[in-house]
Design a protein around this ligand. Structure first.
Ligand code: SF4
Length: 553
């Protein structure tokens, strides 16, 4: 297939629009620590898939804690077991205890015989790079139907006791990751508390998270965003907003999932009680009074949604005085795994890519003429936003200078060292029952070529990548490395190239997914069979084992 044909095929597929993950996608990631299944000599206890005693650091170092424990145990003389009494059952107890002791010793011997699986670091974590921290404190939400219909976030029914247990699990991870090692004492540029309905956690629990962040990291100058739904920001006499205004960080903001102001579509989502236009306006005013930035996410190209409905949503968001408005094209196709994707009538009611792109162009123009500037593929900020600009998002797409630590269920961390041509992406599973980056979590190890793709796939989410930065990082020319893919995307009018940058055109912004996947394909044959083959939808099905944490902390 020629690159032009390949591009056309990619443009006909659903467009993700957000490029949030960058390179690589989840199915190409592999278990973060070696799997014990291959060790036929170990008994069931040793073969747990979580392999909780082997953990990986953010620099890729592997620590085989079980080997060290087993070796220390074997170095000690076995405890001499003695009888407490002289009844026949005492004798039977002694025999059983000696058998158990011998089995345990044999288990340790097998573990030691298998060898130490520890491995040195893959690269040095560069402490001079900017650091972002994203915390997903829990996975709970409160839609009226099973999820909002389009939702691909980890989502569970609201349950205060379980939620508190999950927040404590995330806190335990956060402390373990920052207490010592390469992150201890690091300055944080921006923090995002999200993952859907983060503000379902009361201000007290959000306060715990921020306190834990401040224990081992420097957050006094950081931007902090709390994500959630409008009605929960208004709840309990605005307690979330009042508490947020007092948190010991540099800049504070809220980000609200609005999706649409249309009542019919909100009913279809089960979001009738999540907040209307009047509430959003009231919240924006309240945020201004408290010095908080206020942002809202809109979805467009919803099933059956007309262009005039979409335009009305944008106008309503602008009239509310939001500092940032994020526009997300709805991704919906059979097999996606969301409730709406299982309804053929709804799937049939979304526009085709050509019409969907036309809507994007119209809405984008509308926001620009209303005085907003575009900072990323999806984020628009009021031109006079000043200090309230959204730091986290732009930084998260700046691989050349920023590392990101993710904490909580299904959080992603990416640490790279461009000078060494190495890096690591880590995905925490939904179940936090094992230590961070143990066997149940996933990882991807970047080589120099992988870093190029990461830079491109993340960087284009800012709508342009600077050629000089690429040259400085990789020592080669971006145009040369893209080979035949570049003429194809230029011919399709999706990008422009000048001496300074490769930039997406407005149409290219809609088809950014097709552009970056073609670039990735050209630079490295992405083999679907490589990696662990685990899909995000598989991970979403996992149950959060909050019981593991209840009562801790
Ligand atoms: S409110 Fe957000 S997280 Fe919750 S189900 Fe809806 S889209 Fe998903």
């Amino acid at each position: 297939m020629t690159p032009r044909d390949d591009l056309s095929a990619r443009m006909a597929r659903p467009q993700r629009h957000r490029l949030l993950q960058g390179f690589p996608a989840v199915p190409t990631m592999v278990p973060a620590a070696p799997d014990d299944e291959e060790d036929a000599g170990l008994d069931t206890r040793d073969r747990h898939w979580g392999n909780e005693n082997v953990t990986r650091g953010l620099d890729g170092a592997l620590v085989d804690g079980r080997f060290a424990v087993a070796r220390t145990g074997l170095a000690k003389a076995p405890l001499e077991l003695r009888l407490m009494g002289d009844e026949p059952e005492d004798q039977a107890w002694l025999e059983r205890a000696r058998e158990d002791q011998a089995k345990e010793r044999a288990r340790w011997q097998r573990i030691v015989a298998r060898g130490d699986r520890s491995a040195p670091a893959l690269f040095d974590v560069d402490g001079t790079r900017e650091l972002l921290v994203g915390v997903l404190p829990h996975t709970q939400c409160v839609p009226r139907r099973p999820s909002c219909g389009f939702c691909t976030f980890p989502y569970d029914q609201a349950d205060p006791l379980r939620r508190r247990g999950m927040v404590r699990g995330a806190l335990r991870d956060l402390r373990a990751l920052t207490r010592e090692g390469p992150l201890a004492g690091r300055q944080v540029h921006a923090i995002y508390l999200g993952g859907g309905t983060a503000n379902l956690a009361p201000p007290e629990e959000i306060g715990w998270v921020v306190q834990a962040l401040g224990e081992h990291l420097r957050i006094a100058d950081a931007e902090l965003t709390l994500e959630g739904t409008p009605h929960l920001f208004e709840g309990l006499f605005w307690s979330h907003l009042k508490a947020l205004a007092k948190l010991p960080v540099g800049q504070r903001r809220i980000s609200m999932g609005l999706q649409t102001f249309d009542e019919g579509l909100l009913r279809l989502m089960g979001r009738e009680r999540f907040g209307d236009a009047a509430l959003v306006k009231k919240l924006a005013k309240r945020c201004r009074a408290l010095g908080l930035a206020c942002s809202g996410d809109l979805l467009f190209n919803l099933p059956g949604q007309s262009l005039s409905q979409m335009e009305r949503d944008v106008d309503t968001a602008v009239a509310a005085g939001l500092d940032q408005i994020c526009l997300y094209h709805l991704v919906l196709y059979p097999g996606l795994g969301t409730p709406w994707s299982q309804d053929p009538a709804l799937v049939a009611a979304v526009p085709n890519n050509e019409a969907a792109c036309e809507h994007w162009l119209r809405l984008r123009e509308r926001l620009l003429s209303a005085g907003y500037t575009q900072s990323t593929l999806t984020n628009f900020e009021r031109a006079d936003v000043g200090e309230k600009r959204f730091r986290y998002e732009v930084a998260s797409f700046s691989v050349e200078r920023t590392d990101g630590l993710g904490v909580g269920p299904l959080s992603l961390s990416t640490f790279v060292n461009p000078a060494q041509g190495r890096g690591l992406k880590l995905l925490r599973r939904k179940d936090l029952g094992f230590p961070p980056w143990s066997g149940g979590d996933l990882m991807y190890q970047y080589d120099a070529q992988g870093l190029r793709l990461l830079f491109l796939t993340r960087g284009l989410a800012k709508t342009r990548v600077e050629r000089a930065v690429y040259r400085r990082l990789f020592g080669t020319e971006l145009k040369d490395d893209l080979g035949a893919a570049l003429p194809a995307v230029l011919h399709a009018g999706l990008v422009t190239v000048d001496d300074e940058a490769l930039a997406l055109t407005p149409t290219g912004m809609f088809y950014a997914d097709a552009v970056v996947s073609l670039f990735a394909q050209t630079a490295r044959a992405v083999d679907g069979s490589a990696g662990g083959g685990v899909h995000t939808r598989d991970l979403l099905r996992e149950l959060p084992h909050s019981g593991d944490y209840t009562g801790m902390g």
